[in-house]
Design a protein. Structure first.
Length: 91
């Protein structure tokens, strides 16, 4: 039902994506979280990086490792000083 609602939203912003990915992670649907995460075509925010790293840590397979490394490589320098994001990346 939520997935249907999400698809019906014409203009998605980062908050919309964050809510959906966080919902997948919260319901232990980590593959779906990463599937959606890879579809995000707008600039990621600090919360998005944290949720993405958390999903990768929970899934902990080759795909998750690749996505986590990719996220870390493209993460803006100012986010690297954020303790919450840094801790999520380390997990």
């Amino acid at each position: 039902m939520l997935n249907k609602f999400f698809r019906s939203i014409k203009t998605k912003d980062i908050i919309t994506y964050n809510a959906m990915v966080k919902g997948y992670v919260g319901n232990e649907m980590f593959e779906k979280a990463l599937d959606l995460f890879e579809q995000i075509d707008i600039e990621l925010g600090d919360v998005t990086y944290t949720i993405g790293f958390n999903a990768c840590a929970k899934l902990c397979n080759d795909r998750a490792m690749k996505i986590g490394k990719k996220l870390l490589a493209k993460m803006p320098e100012n986010y690297r000083n954020n303790n919450v994001i840094s801790t999520s990346a380390i997990d």
